[in-house]
Design a protein around this ligand. Structure first.
Ligand SMILES: [Zn+2]
Length: 211
């Protein structure tokens, strides 16, 4: 791999039990736009003020031009449906999302440092069994099986995202994936950023890093 190619891939590996950083290849320590990686926390904020019941929504148009059709929480996480989470977010009161984000160690739902973002997902996996959480974790398992992170090709919990590129020269977007592996009682937590490629490609890089 050439030095120029190395810069394209950033990753952070943490112990999913202790939250300790095991490996870090992330040149800039700057906060990243959490983008679609904030969706699980949007879902929890919604659940909290709606008796922990998630709606089904009709997605007629999305990042997938034909839309996702009638979609519930698990598929919405697995397919990272923008329409679904826009609707949930619109139903939130002021400050509700930031309050949930802070409970997971984030400063807010906007930007987060890589360690904070991955730590929030570790915390999410630890809260399995709490109201509203299991549907999200099932959605993440589905993402790895047949959704946006299927290039992982493993039984894992995963969520992809795309965020505005912070590199020079600038690409349209950087792809992200969070992986907790294995799916049941995860040991490893991985955050991967891939310059100028969608999150589904970041999942392929994550698969390589998990080998
Ligand atoms: Zn959609």
């Amino acid at each position: 791999m050439t030095p120029a190619a190395l810069v394209l891939l950033s990753f952070l590996r943490m112990d999913a039990h202790t939250g300790r950083v095991l490996e870090r290849q992330w040149r800039d320590g700057r906060a990243v736009d959490s983008g679609s990686l904030a969706k699980p926390f949007i879902a929890l904020a919604y659940a909290q003020s709606h008796q922990f019941r998630y709606p089904e929504i009709m997605c007629a148009r999305c990042w997938l031009p034909r839309g996702h059709g009638k979609i519930g929480i698990r598929e919405a996480i697995a397919q990272s449906c923008n329409t679904y989470f826009d609707a949930l977010r619109a139903a939130l009161g002021p400050g509700e999302l930031d309050a949930v984000a802070r409970r997971f160690g984030l400063r807010g739902a906007g930007k987060a440092r890589p360690e904070e973002l991955l730590g929030a997902y570790i915390e999410l996996s630890r809260r399995a069994g709490e109201p509203g959480v299991d549907d999200i974790l099932e959605g993440m398992r589905l993402a790895a099986r047949s959704g946006t992170a299927k290039r992982l090709a493993r039984d894992a919990l995963a969520k992809t995202g795309t965020a505005p590129c912070t590199h020079v020269p600038k690409a349209p977007g950087d792809g992200f994936v969070v992986v907790l592996y294995p799916a049941v009682q995860p040991r490893v937590a991985l955050l991967v950023r891939l310059h100028g490629r969608p999150g589904s490609y970041a999942a392929a890089e994550a698969a390589r890093l998990l080998q």
